[in-house]
Design a binder for this molecule. Structure first.
Ligand code: ZN
Ligand code: ZN
Length: 260
């Protein structure tokens, strides 16, 4: 049994065949999925997906790309309002993306801080997207100590992973770890302790080998977990069991409502 800890099931790529996609995921042993919010305008669509499928949870939050479109402190009250829904189990994805810089750095930092502050107040985990922004990510986290959360779709250095782990964060790996060019990242997979590791697809993006270039879907979590198992010299079952346990330890609101 596996969990896809990060996918985007409301994106247009899935509009014609979402039920089939979910069925294929279940057939591959991916029993649970967390579909992640990137804009508040899409939260109702996400909540409705979770209402129609018992093993799918969602988050609420604003992607760093879109942080310029939100106003503060209204954002905090909007987040608080949406987490009242029983299947909203986390905040995010939020964070800093200085690779694309689709929003000004200052707007990204403000928005990230709002999520971190709400995470502490609500005692909910935060799904963190961080790219080319290691130092600022860590300084935000250090302002909000005891943040529970995950660096999702991790593609950073071993040192950055350590900085996250030292602050109690989990590290989630995606299909990027299967790419030929990702030798350094595979070393990071070996380094991250098994009890701090999650797996995800980030579907519909970043399909793992052997499906690279195609639309990604939650069923492909299997290829990510297989690569983790190979790198760590473990069985697939061992990785599945540990990463599922980690998921429900971190997203404990999901643990309370999951249908075993
Ligand atoms: Zn992301
Ligand atoms: Zn995402």
């Amino acid at each position: 049994m596996l969990v896809d800890s990060h996918c985007h099931l409301n994106f247009p790529e899935f509009k014609d065949d979402l039920d089939e996609v979910i069925k294929r995921a279940h057939a591959n042993g991916i029993k649970y999925m967390l579909t992640v919010n990137t804009r508040l305008s899409e939260i109702l669509a996400l909540q409705s997906i979770t209402e129609n499928h018992e093993n799918i949870f969602c988050s609420v939050g604003v992607h760093p790309h879109d942080s310029k479109d939100y106003h503060y402190p209204e954002l905090i009250s909007q987040l608080k309002n949406h987490v009242k829904h029983p299947k909203v189990v986390a905040l995010g994805e939020t964070g800093l993306d200085y690779f694309y810089n689709n929003s000004e750095k200052e707007a990204q930092i403000d928005c990230f801080n709002m999520h971190l502050s709400a995470g502490i107040e609500l005692d909910l985990p935060v799904i963190i997207h961080t790219r080319d922004a290691d130092d600022d990510t860590i300084s935000c986290l250090d302002k909000y100590q005891n943040t529970k959360g995950v660096f999702h779709c991790f593609s950073g250095s071993r040192d950055f992973a350590k900085q996250g782990l030292d602050r109690g964060l989990y590290i989630s790996f995606s299909g990027i770890i299967t790419f030929k060019t990702a030798a350094d990242l595979r070393e990071v997979v070996k380094y991250v302790p098994l009890d701090k590791l999650l797996v995800e697809t980030d579907s519909p993006f970043l399909a793992p080998i052997p499906n690279r270039g195609k639309r990604n879907e939650p069923g492909f979590t299997l290829f990510v977990a297989k690569m983790v198992a190979e790198l760590k010299g473990l069985s697939l079952e061992g990785v599945a069991e540990a990463s599922t346990e980690n998921f429900f330890r971190l997203f404990n609101k999901a643990d309370l409502i999951k249908n075993v």
